[in-house]
Design a protein around this ligand. Structure first.
Ligand SMILES: [Zn+2]
Length: 405
């Protein structure tokens, strides 16, 4: 049946992913955000807003519920806008999410576009998309995460604190000492070390287990344990001898506060440990996992896709004013955060499609002579053809909006 297109905002009907690491019961964040009942002992991990076939969103058009992807197929020009079609074809190039983690997610990295194409061809079961998956994570309250390798200087300190690691990998043919600068040459050496560690964990499982047990014993005897020590003990208890445990000491430990964000380009190892965030990524579900998970682990592929950059990662500081843009270095998406107080408003101009998630308060979208009341928990598709609209706060209104820059 041919539908009729009207240039107006459309409310999305989204799916929730109940992965086991999601928040439950009193902690359950997503059902609270959506103002829905919490099913006892059900984990609420991710809310997906987009067209990815693993959990596609729907819209109501002419009183009928249809897939967003179907709606886009019928009205590409009106919904996506010319620029998106020219660059990406007839598809929504991003996937927008709310993610709520009570427990650590796997240590992972995402392939770049070229690697994704190869992986997908080689192993479509584990790599369902031929697309890359750069992503941005923005804290809605707090986020604890491991992101990117630490500086070589810090790594040196780790290997002194835990000589057990080098006993396992075998002595280094080099020293991190004096590696103050993150020079290419040193990165190459670090790469050798990390690859040895990861590969040996596969071929020498018993020795790895002994190494992890020694570290565990050492930590248990420590009087004052660090936060990393606590994570190690907690995750060792949960996953046993898992190679991902080493990464707790090898990656930067971040604590993002509300509004702070981090961009994860291809090849950067990361693991979210705890927190509620909005996340946006290229429309893809390609994850290379290498530990702290019962899912398929692919250590060989992981060490291939990593870029081995070391040192601190860049953090987006977030809004000081009513509006803040998290500009990413990719073409698929950027994020706008708007926080309006009493009875204020803000005008937006659209050239391309965007999806808005209301995270707090209520208000209105005023567009081409129409208005739509919005409130916390709603997510709205704004077709390109609307061209411009006003966001009006009723008391207070806070939204995150994903768009194609
Ligand atoms: Zn990721």
């Amino acid at each position: 049946m041919k539908l009729k297109f009207v240039a107006r905002p459309y409310e999305l009907i989204n799916k929730i992913q109940n992965y086991s690491w999601g928040t439950r019961n009193e902690q359950a964040f997503i059902p609270r955000l959506l103002n829905m009942a919490v099913e006892p002992d059900t984990p609420y991990a991710e809310l997906w807003m987009g067209t990815h076939p693993n959990a596609p969103s729907e819209v109501v058009v002419d009183g009928r519920r249809i897939l967003l992807s179907e709606f886009i197929k019928q009205f590409p020009q009106q919904i996506l806008g010319t620029r998106v079609i020219e660059r990406f074809g007839v598809q929504l190039p991003f996937l927008f999410k709310v993610l709520s983690a009570a427990e650590a997610l796997s240590i992972q990295a995402h392939p770049n576009k070229q690697q994704a194409e190869v992986l997908h061809q080689r192993d479509p079961e584990h790599y369902p998309d031929d697309n890359h998956k750069p992503e941005i994570a923005i804290a809605l309250d707090e986020l604890t995460a491991l992101v990117g390798f630490r500086s070589l200087k810090e790594m040196d300190a780790v290997l002194r604190t835990f000589p057990e690691i080098l006993e396992f990998t075998g002595p280094l043919e080099f020293t991190f000492e004096g590696a103050r600068h993150e020079e290419q040459e040193n990165r190459q050496k670090f790469r050798q070390f990390y690859q040895t560690l990861m590969l040996k964990s596969q071929t020498h499982a018993t020795e790895m287990e002994a190494t992890l047990n020694k570290i565990e014993q050492k930590l248990l005897q420590k009087k004052k344990r660090t936060e990393r020590d606590e994570w190690f003990l907690k995750l060792k208890k949960k996953y046993g001898a898992d190679v991902g445990l080493f990464s707790i000491y090898l990656l930067n430990l971040l604590h993002l506060k509300k509004g702070q964000g981090v961009f994860l380009k291809a090849g950067v190892p990361h693991a979210y440990l705890k927190g509620n965030i909005v996340e946006c990524m290229a429309n893809s579900d390609n994850v290379v996992r290498a530990g702290l998970t019962p899912k398929f682990k692919d250590v060989k592929t992981l060490i291939e896709v990593l870029t081995y950059e070391t040192g601190p990662v860049e953090i987006y500081e977030g809004a000081q004013n009513a509006k803040y843009v998290y500009k990413t270095p990719v073409d698929e998406f950027s994020i706008t955060h708007v926080n309006l107080d009493e009875k204020s408003k803000l005008r937006f101009f659209l050239e391309t499609v965007s999806i808005m998630m209301v995270v707090n308060g209520k208000g209105e979208i005023v567009f081409n002579g129409g208005r739509l009341a919005i409130q916390k928990g709603q997510s709205i598709l704004l077709p390109a053809e609307i061209a411009s609209f006003e966001l009006v706060s009723d008391g207070s209104l806070e939204i995150f909006s994903a768009y194609v820059p």
